[in-house]
Design a protein around this ligand. Structure first.
Ligand code: SF4
Length: 224
């Protein structure tokens, strides 16, 4: 679709919180992350890099009930890479998993000990771990340790471009834009990120299905 700048507002008319509310009303509460414990969230956050969640599930199944920090710590990287092979980039990810597990080991593999630290401190530590970029760090902090940080992913960036939401073009800018405009709430950040991903899968795909999209009436559909 071609765009006519004379007819388009600079920003999505309902704002960031309006988008959140609209998606929540459409899809209901989404309870993320699909994991049994904080360590499984950490592992999933690494494994999901550059692959689909269905491949992550295949990799997780290969642990056959043995997934634990102690298991990752002790297993040889080459053996670990074969277990996680379905997730792709398995040699790299085996190294990343061992690195993030070593970080968790500084807290005796105890989520409660992790949570005693500040968000800023933990975020800075995680960003120094091999294989952990901002999206992975924020996913771990929000979904494993229930810290109030907003996760930005490719779906968030795409949504911002299309509505549009003038949040910027870098991870940091978009994260701050959302966090500055939303109540600081773990539950809200958790649900909103899940809603954005859900809508991206149902509607706002690379080739979007705009019909019946909950954001259809306020979306400028830029860049299509
Ligand atoms: S209306 Fe279309 S472009 Fe806009 S958010 Fe929905 S699916 Fe994406």
């Amino acid at each position: 679709m071609s765009s006519n700048p004379l007819k388009q507002p600079e920003t999505c008319s309902i704002g960031v919180d309006g988008v959140r509310q609209r998606l929540h009303d459409a899809y209901g509460a989404l309870e993320w992350w699909p994991a049994d414990n904080p360590f499984e969230v950490m592992v999933g956050a690494i494994l999901t890099q550059n692959t689909t969640w269905s491949n992550v599930e295949l990799a997780l199944q290969n642990f056959a009930g043995q997934l634990s920090p102690q298991f990752i710590d002790q297993i040889e990287p080459t053996a670990l890479s074969q277990i996680i092979r379905p997730a792709g980039y398995y040699n790299q990810k085996a190294i990343y998993l061992k690195a993030v597990t070593a970080w968790f080991g500084h807290y005796n593999y105890d989520a409660d000990q992790v949570k005693q630290q500040s968000l800023e401190h933990l975020r800075s530590e995680l960003l120094a771990v091999r294989g952990v970029g901002p999206e992975t760090a924020d996913s771990i902090l929000l979904y494993a340790f229930e810290m109030p940080t907003f996760v930005v992913d490719a779906y968030t960036m795409r949504l911002c471009r299309r509505l549009p939401i003038p949040a910027g073009t870098t991870y940091s800018a978009v994260r701050h834009y959302f966090m500055d405009r939303l109540p600081t709430s773990v539950a809200l950040f958790n649900d909103f990120h899940a809603q954005i991903v859900n809508n991206a899968k149902d509607h706002c795909r690379a080739k979007p299905i705009c019909e019946d999209c909950p954001l259809g009436d306020c979306c400028q559909r830029l860049g299509l």
